[in-house]
Design a protein. Structure first.
Length: 212
């Protein structure tokens, strides 16, 4: 294997990497949750996210979990679990991912095989420092129906339609949420502590449920 490019302090790009080497690295890095691997037909990107990335990853995850609790929606939370398929020669690790619509289908599965079961219903992507690889194309090949993408200032909801992602105002998995109101709570982070944001968000979700 050959290291062909170091883009920035938080990533390295390797080419001519076999699928078996990629799988071995997944195992080797299992105890290093801050390292993210993206694999695309022999090209491997290793990312080491910085603090802003991790902060918004956790905060968006907490918003998803709080909303589903308040709306009495069951979820299976899988964090940054590896989503890959050997037949596609592609794989990645979302910043957060969740089964919501298909939670009951995977509830008893100890280890989920994406060649046999559907992919997560919702993935969270913190894109403060853009990937070198086309992660959205990999998500589309895997069939992930919805991605929330946050670049540090703007929250976008992307929904899969006919094999590609289109912008959507509202979430499919959690229809009461739209990009604008999610972003409003993310914007509070610079002035309000995270727990207070979650408390305010929970109250807002309850109010939405009462108005329906």
């Amino acid at each position: 294997m050959t290291a062909t490019l170091i883009q920035s302090p938080d990533r390295v790009l390797l080419r001519n990497i076999s699928w078996s080497t990629y799988q071995s690295l997944i195992g080797d890095f299992e105890g290093e949750p801050a390292i993210r691997l993206t694999y695309d037909s022999g090209t491997l990107e290793i990312r080491m996210p910085l603090d802003p990335h991790e902060t918004y990853k956790k905060l968006l995850g907490r918003l998803v979990e709080a909303a589903t609790e308040e709306l009495d929606l069951e979820i299976r939370s899988l964090g940054s679990r590896t989503c890959d398929r050997q037949d596609l020669a592609r794989g990645l690790e979302p910043d957060q991912c969740y089964y919501i619509q298909h939670e009951a289908l995977v509830r008893r599965a100890e280890q989920i095989d994406l060649a046999q079961l559907p992919p997560p219903d919702l993935a969270v992507e913190i894109d403060i420092a853009s990937s070198s690889l086309d992660r959205f194309s990999i998500y589309a090949d895997l069939g992930v129906p919805e991605i929330w993408r946050y670049n540090g200032s703007t929250l976008e909801i992307h929904c899969l339609q006919n094999g590609s992602y289109v912008l959507s105002e509202s979430s499919i998995a959690i229809p009461v949420l739209n990009a604008e109101n999610i972003a409003q709570f993310l914007d509070l982070r610079s002035t309000v502590g995270e727990n207070k944001i979650i408390k305010q968000f929970r109250q807002w979700v309850r109010n939405q449920g009462k108005s329906e």
